[in-house]
Design a protein around this ligand. Structure first.
Ligand SMILES: [Zn+2]
Ligand SMILES: [Zn+2]
Length: 303
């Protein structure tokens, strides 16, 4: 039995690296620890040489979905014995050398949960998991841990705490976990700054009606404010253009799914891939002359 140290750098924080390695170590009977640092992740463990190489190769080859590995190495270190595998507290004593993980769009599994009315994540707008949710926008320091994000002041409820600590839960060690019970608080204000509601359910239905009535809503989201209005309402779009003093620059459109996008927009393969990618960025595309949804083309993207 020997002791080894592995260092991996790149986009390795906020992508589920620690829980992934933890599970792999359990499966292979490897004991030691993993920790986030300013320069990536470090792992120390006990194994014989053959298992060590197998463990190391498995980490690199079947790494978590959204990770990018730029450097990695394994070294034998002076022998020390570990009694179990653990996720060790992060350590800041290294020079920063990390690729920042971007914000990742809600994944299919979380989306499904948000829509199931018997699910505890039903209608919760900040539902995330190990593989989706904000990262770059909420990081206030390194390494990536809840304490170094804008979510630091929010304590977990007992249900979230249980999922966070459950190795076999898909939110194991998910730093952005929060649910309806330990929710990120929502508030709805009118244009005079008077609070109308602080109840999530009421807010969501009110915003829905207000948009339909033609109101412009400023949504304080994860990465800043979004100004939203009904893209089929020419009065609302015109008011937004006037208030923003933005006479011609195209506005971004939000669609519920790719099929609805395709009914309005000419999409090539690259554009479709970008829209369906994990990061789901805003993509510049061409609106069709006639839109099926009734999006007000002339005001959304003036020729
Ligand atoms: Zn998810
Ligand atoms: Zn909770």
């Amino acid at each position: 039995m020997k002791a080894y140290h592995v260092h991996i750098s790149g986009q390795v924080q906020g992508v589920g690296f620690r829980p992934y390695v933890y599970k792999l170590a359990e499966k292979m009977g490897v004991k030691g620890w993993i920790s986030n640092t300013n320069d990536g992740v470090h792992i120390e463990f006990n194994a014989n040489e053959a298992i060590a190489i197998q463990f190391y190769k498995a980490i690199i080859q079947s790494r978590p979905l959204h990770s990018i590995i730029t450097h990695h190495y394994i070294d034998e270190i002076p022998f020390k014995e570990f009694s179990c595998f653990s996720i060790k507290e992060s350590n800041t004593g290294h020079r920063p050398n990390l690729l920042f993980t971007p914000d990742i769009a809600i994944c299919d599994e979380c989306k499904r949960e948000v829509l199931q009315n018997d699910n505890r994540w039903y209608d919760y707008p900040f539902t995330t998991c190990l593989h989706c949710g904000p990262r770059y926008s909420i990081i206030t320091g390194l390494p990536y841990d809840r304490i170094n994000t804008a979510m630091a002041p929010l304590p977990l409820c007992s249900k979230c705490e249980r999922e966070y600590n459950d190795v076999y839960n898909r939110r194991h060690y998910s730093q952005t976990i929060s649910c309806n019970e330990c929710a990120i608080p929502m508030h709805l204000y009118n244009c005079n700054g008077v609070e109308i509601s602080n109840n999530n359910e009421t807010i969501l239905s009110s915003v829905n009606s207000l948009l339909k009535e033609g109101s412009i809503i400023a949504v304080k989201g994860i990465g800043g404010y979004l100004l939203m209005c009904d893209a089929t309402n020419d009065f609302s779009i015109a008011a937004l253009r006037k208030r923003k003093n933005r006479p011609a620059k195209p506005f971004a459109l939000l669609y519920p799914d790719i099929e609805t996008v395709q009914s309005d927009v000419l999409l090539n393969k690259k554009e479709t891939e970008a829209l369906e990618s994990a990061v789901a960025p805003i993509v510049l595309c061409q609106l069709k002359n006639e839109t099926v949804t009734g999006v007000y083309r002339q005001l959304i993207a003036p020729a």
